[in-house]
Write a protein that binds this ligand. Structure first.
Ligand code: OOG
Ligand code: NI
Length: 271
């Protein structure tokens, strides 16, 4: 699989459960925009069968290189970001993992059982990152148990290995020279934005401003029946130049901490 095939598959899987992303793209294209991606994010658990080291392999194979590392203490997450070695237009990749040893014994045991119930071959699949929720069962009871402690863990249980969001490169847009103006355009078109920590995360001084929609609601078939669960969101990133004139390439942990909440049903209920 080459880089283009990998990124195309991630996009197709993402838009299948995130119709908003396609609609927002179409809206921007109608204004004459050409869409470029700033980054794509992936989630996982830090169990050694499926951790960042496992999920990064396919990206390293197609020419990505490891760059930054980020720690999210209260959410018990760790993340790395990757940039392509030769294609400067390729989106960055952001992979995070839940640090299970910092979670309750109950959560650790639940995740271990979910993973132990999968065949070893499931995790040896070189295309694991495209394989969704590979576990054999999907129960509302397990979802609720995980949700009580970690919204991230609950999301991972339902949606698994896939792009959690794509991010529009706002610098590349022609009609919007600020994130405020893009946000206003989206809100005028009735899109709901994540307002945790303010609609714009980060400042020009931090060299990165980000905003995001609230995740779409998607109907999920559980063993007990269907239920609507937040799926994926669309993010918007505006980067500022560093003193050497080049755009900042990394991520800002305090902003990312709030962006993670775009899949949190609590934010949807607060509207
Ligand atoms: C990742 C959230 C962080 C960013 O751009 O800072 C992030 C996630 O929700 O999995 O994407
Ligand atoms: Ni992001």
């Amino acid at each position: 699989m080459n880089k283009t095939e990998l990124l195309t598959k991630l996009w197709e899987q993402y838009t299948e459960i995130t119709p908003s992303a396609k609609k927002i793209q179409d809206l921007l294209k109608e204004k004459g925009e050409e869409i470029k991606n700033d980054h794509i994010a992936i989630r996982t658990f830090n169990d050694k069968r499926i951790n960042i080291d496992v999920l990064e392999r396919l990206f390293l194979d197609v020419g990505y290189e490891e760059k930054g590392e980020y720690i999210f203490e209260s959410k018990k997450l760790f993340a790395k970001h990757y940039e392509h070695s030769t294609d400067k237009n390729a989106p960055r990749i952001f992979i995070s993992e839940l640090e299970l040893e910092k979670c309750s014994i109950k959560l650790q045991a639940t995740v271990k059982e979910i993973l132990d119930n999968c065949d070893a071959a499931t995790f040896n699949n070189p295309e694991l990152v495209l394989s969704g929720a590979v576990w054999k069962t999907k129960s509302i009871a397990v979802y609720n148990l995980l949700l009580e402690e970690s919204e991230y863990a609950a999301w991972m249980y339902v949606y698994g290995f896939r792009a959690n969001h794509f991010t529009i490169n706002v610098n590349a847009l022609k009609n919007f020279n600020s994130l405020e103006s893009l946000n206003a355009f989206l809100e005028n078109s009735e899109w709901k934005l994540n307002s945790s920590g303010g609609k714009i995360k980060g400042t020009p001084e931090q060299l990165l401003e980000q905003s995001s929609t609230l995740a779409d609601l998607h109907s999920v078939n559980f063993d007990e029946g269907a239920m609507q669960i937040p799926s994926c969101y669309y993010e918007f990133a505006l980067r500022y130049p560093m003193p050497n004139g080049e755009l900042y390439q990394g991520f800002i942990a305090s902003s990312a901490d709030k962006i993670f909440e775009s899949t949190d049903v609590k934010l949807q209920n607060n509207l």
